[in-house]
Design a protein around this ligand. Sequence first.
Ligand SMILES: C[S@@+](CC[C@H](N)C(=O)[O-])C[C@H]1O[C@@H](n2cnc3c(N)ncnc32)[C@H](O)[C@@H]1O
Length: 264
Amino acid sequence: MLSYQHGYHAGSMADVHKHALLAWMLGYLTQKDKPLSYLETHAGRGLYQLDAPEAVKTGEAAAGIARVGGLGWFAAEHPYSAALGKVRAEHGVSAYPGSPLVAEAFLRAGDRMVLAELHPQEHTALVEVMGGRAQVLKEDGAKMALRLVPPEPKRGLMLIDPSYEIKGDYEAAARLVRQVHGRWAVGVIMLWYPILTSGLHRSMVVDLERALPDGVRHEVRFPPAREGHRMVGSGLFVINPPYGFSAEAARLSRLFEGLAPFSG
Ligand SMILES: C[S@@+](CC[C@H](N)C(=O)[O-])C[C@H]1O[C@@H](n2cnc3c(N)ncnc32)[C@H](O)[C@@H]1O
């Protein structure tokens, strides 16, 4: 089932949470002069325009990155600001980077980037935007992940960011995290999940924490982007987070906790 399109949700509060911590981790990991692998199982199209009809229709970017920009959550030297600045300079002031372009802002010549995206149109757009700077596969993300781990270079990060279109996606995501960790003990694995009013994520998180007690769970809540919107928060489960991750996550928690309801 491939009906999900991230263009409707790009720049949402969930993206702010996910992309800010992804940028922070890659900023940290690339300080060391050693090559790394960046693998992504559900990459999306890589580049979004926040004035496009889909983004305007949901209002999620207005309640997300547009709001946060005005609140000064990220100093100019924060890695997320650096990624946003790079993409806006290259693609215009309304541009917003998906996770592949967030990652690309940090990766160096000797680093390896492999992205899986199954949706034909999203895949075509991603190939175009990456312009040969990544290996872009039209392949099931889980199959790609299990085929390539442990990757070479062995040091690196995998983002698993499914669209959770069906209930079984939660169980599949937890299974994939366990399998990838089983084959790649040193890899940083970052799983994103939505926090919905239905609480569908809960059993997945219980399962992950039981199987991987050293993993770090970080969840934030935010006011719904519009009345009746079922997504009320964003979660990350991270294995082998770099030093300092918990402090940055705690800083974000305080900012999210201080958010007043969104008035549009
Ligand atoms: C949540 S979006 C990705 C957003 C992106 N990671 C970002 O943060 O910018 C999920 C993407 O996964 C793609 N997708 C769905 N099922 C997939 C599968 N089995 N393998 C690879 N991609 C898939 C969808 O087409 C969609 O573009």
